[in-house]
Design a protein around this ligand. Structure first.
Ligand SMILES: Cc1cc2nc3c(=O)[nH]c(=O)nc-3n(C[C@H](O)[C@H](O)[C@H](O)COP(=O)(O)O)c2cc1C
Length: 325
C-alpha cells in the first residue's frame, strides 16, 4: 500500500507505533520497523541523553529499517535536558521524530538541518494547522478515543479526521482507537494517509512490558477507561483500576481546589511499577478505548500482516462489492 506517509517515511505499510512511556523501548520499535511499519523509541523513558543514545544504538542493532524517536515536550517547570536529547537523536542518525505536547518550533531548524522528518502529534485541527505552519512534515491526529492525553476538546476521530483532511495540506495519520484493518481503511476513507497505534501494540509478544499489562488490555472492554486530571487541564485516558477510582474520588471531593500534589501518589513514577513489575494497581496508566477491540497477543509481524491482509480484503471485496454490483 502506497500513501503519502509510506513515501515520506520510506516504509512499507502506513502503520506507525506511537511513543509510549516505558513501552517504547528498542524491542518494540525494532519489531514494528522490521514488520514494515515505523517503530518509535520513546525518548523521555531514557533518563539521560546518553541513555537515549544507547537505546538508539540498541534499536539500530535490531533493525536496518527506518525507526523514529518520540520526544514529548512536557508542561513541567523543571524541563528535561531537551537540547541533549535532540543532540542524541541527531548524532544517532535517526531520521524521524514524533513530537508531542508543547509546540516543537524551537527545535525545527536543528532537526530539519539534520534531514530529520518531524511528525507532530496533536489533538485538534488548530494545533495541526500550527504544526503545518511551523514546518512539520506530517501530523498524527489523536482523537478523543486515544490512550494517553486526548487534550481538552473531546472531538472523536469520526469528526476530527475529516476536519483535519479539510484543512491540512501535509500528510497525516489517524491516531486513537486504531486496531485492525477496519481501522486502517476507515482512516484512509476519512482522509488520513495511515494510522498510528499505541494500546494495540502493547498487547504484542515483543512489547517489553509485564504480562499482567497485556492480559489487562485483553480483558478490558471499551467501557473500562476513565479520564483523569481533567480539573488540571492535563486530561489523560487510563485504564480503570483501584488507584484510578481513588484519584477520581479525590477529584470529586476537592473540585476546583484539586492540585497536582493531591494525586501525586496515583500518577507520579508509577510506570516502572506497572510496566516492569506488573503491579496493576500501582497507579494510573494510559490505555485507549480500543482495548475493547483487542482480544489477543500476537507477534508484531503477525499483527501487521493481519492488518494489511484485512485492509486489502475490505477494499477489494467488501467495498468494491458495493460499487460493482
Ligand atoms: C501506555 C501509554 C503510554 C504513552 N506514552 C506516551 C508518551 O510518552 N508520549 C506521547 O507522545 N504519547 C504517548 N502515548 C500516546 C500514544 O503514542 C498514542 O498517541 C495513543 O496511544 C494512540 O491511541 P490508542 O492507544 O487508542 O492507539 C502513550 C500511550 C499509551 C497507551
Amino acid at each position: 500500500m502506497k500513501t503519502r506517509i509510506t513515501e515520506l517515511l520510506g516504509i512499507e505499510h502506513p502503520i506507525l507505533q506511537g511513543g509510549m512511556h516505558f513501552v517504547g523501548l528498542a524491542e518494540l520499535a525494532s519489531a514494528v520497523s522490521n514488520a514494515g511499519g515505523l517503530g518509535i523509541v520513546t525518548g523521555l523513558t531514557q533518563r539521560t541523553p546518553e541513555a537515549l543514545a544507547g537505546e538508539i544504538r540498541r534499536c539500530r542493532d535490531m533493525t536496518d529499517k527506518p525507526f523514529g524517536v518520540n520526544l514529548t515536550f512536557l508542561p513541567t517547570v523543571s524541563s528535561p535536558d531537551y537540547p541533549g536529547y535532540i543532540r542524541a537523536i541527531i548524532e544517532g542518525g535517526v531520521k524521524v521524530v514524533e513530537t508531542a505536547g508543547n509546540n516543537p518550533q524551537k527545535w525545527m531548524p536543528a532537526l530539519h538541518e539534520a534531514g530529520i522528518k518531524v511528525i507532530h502529534k496533536c489533538t485538534s485541527v488548530r494545533h495541526a494547522l500550527k504544526a503545518q505552519a511551523i514546518g512539520c512534515d506530517a501530523v498524527s491526529v489523536d482523537g478523543f478515543e486515544c490512550g494517553g492525553h486526548p487534550g481538552e476538546d473531546d472531538v472523536p476521530n469520526f469528526i476530527l479526521l475529516p476536519r483535519a483532511a479539510e484543512e491540512l495540506d501535509i500528510p497525516f495519520v489517524a491516531s486513537g482507537g486504531m486496531a485492525d484493518g477496519r481501522s486502517l481503511v476507515a482512516a484512509l476513507a476519512l482522509g488520513a494517509d495511515g494510522m498510528n497505534m499505541g494500546t494495540r501494540f502493547m498487547a504484542t509478544r515483543e512489547a517489553p512490558i509485564h504480562e499482567n499489562v497485556k492480559q489487562a488490555i485483553v480483558a478490558a472492554t471499551e467501557l473500562d477507561t476513565r479520564l483523569v486530571m481533567r480539573p488540571l487541564r492535563n486530561t489523560e485516558r487510563v485504564l480503570r483500576n483501584a488507584a484510578v477510582d481513588r484519584l477520581l474520588e479525590k477529584e470529586r471531593a476537592l473540585g476546583a481546589d484539586l492540585k497536582f500534589e493531591h494525586i501525586i501518589d496515583e500518577v507520579a513514577g508509577v510506570y516502572p511499577k506497572i510496566m516492569q513489575e506488573g503491579t496493576m494497581d500501582a497507579g494510573a496508566w494510559s490505555c485507549g478505548m480500543v482495548a475493547g477491540l483487542i482480544h489477543d497477543i500476537p507477534t508484531v509481524q503477525a499483527l501487521i500482516d493481519r492488518i494489511m491482509a484485512e485492509a486489502d480484503d475490505i477494499i477489494r471485496r467488501r467495498l468494491a462489492g458495493f460499487v460493482n454490483a
